[in-house]
Design a protein around this ligand. Structure first.
Ligand code: 2AM
Ligand code: CA
Ligand code: CA
Ligand code: CA
Length: 276
């Protein structure tokens, strides 16, 4: 894989530009958005800022790369079936941008300062660029396939804990209250007594970035979508960590139930979650 450059603009440069522009704008909109609506359920929120951020990113990407495909959360009908269908409709795409314009909308709406912009570029289904931007801390996480991962230009490595008892983990509470949420509660109950502690920040993409830079030992969550995980998956793998589905099979864009770790505790976490 060679760093691709078209018209003097690298894919990565465009991704960074999109994430920082959108992030700066989102930051000005905290406590200042005008329309809040429910998508799929009372917990599934969207604002005009989600839509505006996605439009900003989409326009910028397609201006630079008009022949690329684009998959953004707010361009897809709500609900898990539509998400899977949308991703599947791009299975033959060469270059596909996979974008979450605000990951952590609930936090954005409540003014809880933990959300991010997540932008990934995949080539024939494999993520080659991943950018996650946290506008509140002005932290920019960038990875390129085969070229490592960086936070503001500084190389990132995952943490070194090798046992669950030394581990700081994160998870998220799934929206699906019938199957996924109870399953996750069982996982929590099994893991909580075994680990140092567990956090739930509310942005899957930012949790993945925190695994990549070693602030978290690992992260797991059920029922996510491609745009939540695509960028973060490359951050983690390029930082020396591991990203798989619940069974321990390698990450791909279709993975909804994710386990991401520093590598050292990966099998232990997969095993513990398999027991519940
Ligand atoms: P979002 O803020 O972009 O919607 C938090 O646990 C994670 O779950 C976030 O990445 C959040 O992304 C996602 N999330 C929130 N509501 C969801 C829903 N109804 N279905 C699937 N994912 C959701
Ligand atoms: Ca959402
Ligand atoms: Ca999301
Ligand atoms: Ca979102």
């Amino acid at each position: 894989y060679n760093r691709p450059v078209i018209g003097g603009k690298s894919f990565t440069a465009v991704a960074i530009n999109c994430a920082s522009k959108a992030g700066e704008w989102i930051k000005t909109k905290i406590g200042n958005y005008t329309s809040l609506s429910l998508k799929y359920s009372p917990t599934d929120l969207v604002t005009e800022v989600d839509k505006g951020s996605e439009m900003m990113i989409r326009n910028l990407v397609l201006t630079h790369f008009p022949h690329h495909s684009f998959l953004g959360e707010e361009g897809v009908e709500p609900g898990p079936e539509a998400s899977a269908k949308a991703l599947n409709s791009f299975r033959d795409a060469e270059y596909l941008w996979v974008v979450d314009p605000i990951d952590g909308t609930t936090n954005f709406v409540h003014g809880f300062p933990f959300f991010s912009v997540s932008i990934a570029l995949s080539y024939r289904g494999e993520v080659i660029v991943g950018v996650v931007y946290d506008p509140m801390r002005d932290e920019l996480f960038v990875a390129e396939k085969g070229k490592g991962a960086y936070v503001h230009g500084k190389p990132m490595r995952t943490s070194t804990e090798s046992t669950l008892s030394e581990s700081l983990l994160a998870t998220g509470f799934p929206a699906d209250q019938k199957v996924a949420l109870p399953l996750n509660m069982k996982g929590l109950q099994a893991l909580a007594p075994q680990v140092r502690n567990i956090r739930s920040g509310g942005s899957a993409a930012l949790h993945m970035a925190y695994v990549a830079c070693g602030r978290l030992t690992g992260f797991w969550e059920i029922g996510l979508n491609s745009w939540d995980l695509a960028a973060g998956s490359l951050l983690v793998s390029e930082s020396g960590g591991r990203v798989t589905d619940y069974k321990g099979d390698p990450y791909n864009l279709g993975v909804r139930n994710v386990i991401a770790t520093n590598g050292a505790i990966h099998e232990q976490l997969v095993d513990e979650l398999a027991k519940v």
